[in-house]
Design a protein around this ligand. Structure first.
Ligand code: SF4
Length: 370
């Protein structure tokens, strides 16, 4: 039997019914039935789910992902166009305070060359990511977005450039950007204050997310798993925020330390907990665009594929110039080598091995797909 069918059938098989149903299995089914859980229920899941419960969540999440997306995985071409940042997030390798970083910027021509290479390989979404770099004023970003929009009318443009004002966001949308990623990182103000300097406020981040959604961006939120000082209650608050905000995209990855940050000696977040949370997010937001992140694949070989098998349906591959990639190190261990075509084909093959297909498609959220 072909691999694809095998995987599909396995995904749709009913979970064996345990002799005594666990409280967590009931909570997972509640989520799968479209009901929201209160904070206590979410904390119970995070603290008490057994391996069998996590497998139950995984199977149900994969069935939901198949219902909406089949065995299709969307790929995004990531262009890390500047590692300058005015912010100082304590966990981030390119934070302003890290003087050891060699900084770089790509101009519009260089960015367009990355798009051209990606387009020829089948990428139909370009994710433009940078630190919060004021060199790229609103006008400069508008110019870059307009030029990509004109050159690639059939592609989606995603921005991941941090906190800006509502008017700037509106101009980016008007210029042709479709999506905006802005992870909230933690939904608990006290915890946010432990991960950021006082100048950075959770309220600002949440206001940006609300603005982005209101003005019509496909909006992405998300958080780290296992960040310093994180508790199950914090993670429950993160899930509750997602249930409330209902973003179109959710980025979840394990915390990974960077040696030149204040959290350089901290332990990495749990891969298995991240996979479980991916499944829960798929159940909570059935049609969400859910990446299996690079951080997940960095934390454990094969975990990126496991993310897809836990309910994720998006992968991001790096289209940035090879000679700059090593300077965009948000955490230690990130893979920076590899020629784009080779990486793309390798990912294609690894998806096929687990029964999935990489599709040439903008891969919009079903609510806004044109
Ligand atoms: S996480 Fe983003 S905003 Fe924070 S320091 Fe890093 S690049 Fe800048």
């Amino acid at each position: 039997m072909p691999l694809r069918q095998t995987a599909e059938l396995r995904a749709l098989e009913p979970t064996p019914v345990p002799s005594v149903r666990s409280r967590c299995a009931d909570l997972i089914d509640t989520l799968a039935d479209g009901c929201r859980l209160g904070r206590d229920g979410l904390v119970t899941l995070i603290t008490s789910a057994t391996a069998a419960d996590q497998e139950h969540a995984r199977r149900r999440a994969v069935a939901v992902a198949h219902e909406h997306f089949g065995n299709r995985v969307f790929v995004r071409g990531l262009i890390e166009f500047s590692n300058h940042c005015r912010q100082d997030c304590l966990y981030c390798g390119i934070r302003k305070g890290n003087r050891a970083v060699e900084r770089y910027r790509l101009d519009a021509e260089q960015i367009l060359r990355c798009c051209a290479q990606g387009y020829s390989l089948g990428y139909r979404t370009f994710v433009l990511q940078s630190g919060e770099d004021a060199w790229y004023t609103t006008d400069v970003v508008v110019d870059i977005v307009s030029r990509i929009r004109a050159a690639y009318p059939d592609c989606a443009i995603t921005l991941s450039i941090g906190e800006r004002g509502r008017e700037a966001y509106q101009r980016f949308l008007d210029a042709g950007a479709d999506r905006f990623l802005l992870r909230h990182e933690t939904a608990t103000a006290d915890h946010y204050a432990q991960l950021h300097p006082p100048s950075q406020q959770l309220a600002t981040r949440l206001r940006c997310l609300a603005d982005l959604k209101e003005i019509g961006f496909q909006t992405g939120a998300g958080f780290m798993v296992g960040s310093p000082f994180q508790t199950p209650e914090h993670l429950a608050a993160d899930l509750a925020l997602l249930a409330e905000l209902r973003p179109h995209m959710v980025g979840i990855g394990p915390f990974l330390p960077h040696r030149s940050t204040p959290f350089g000696d901290r332990s990495a977040g749990s891969v298995d907990l991240t996979l479980f949370l991916l499944s829960l997010v798929r159940l909570m937001l059935p049609t969400v665009l859910l990446p299996s992140t690079t951080a997940l694949g960095t934390a454990r070989p094969g975990a990126r594929e496991q993310g897809i098998q836990a309910g994720a349906n998006v992968l991001m591959l790096n289209l940035s110039p090879q000679d700059q990639r090593a300077k965009y190190l948000l955490y230690d261990g990130k893979s920076v080598s590899g020629e784009v075509a080779e990486m793309t084909h390798a990912v294609q093959r690894s998806l096929e091995r687990i029964g999935y297909t990489m599709v040439v498609d903008r891969g919009d959220h079903p609510e806004v797909a044109r």
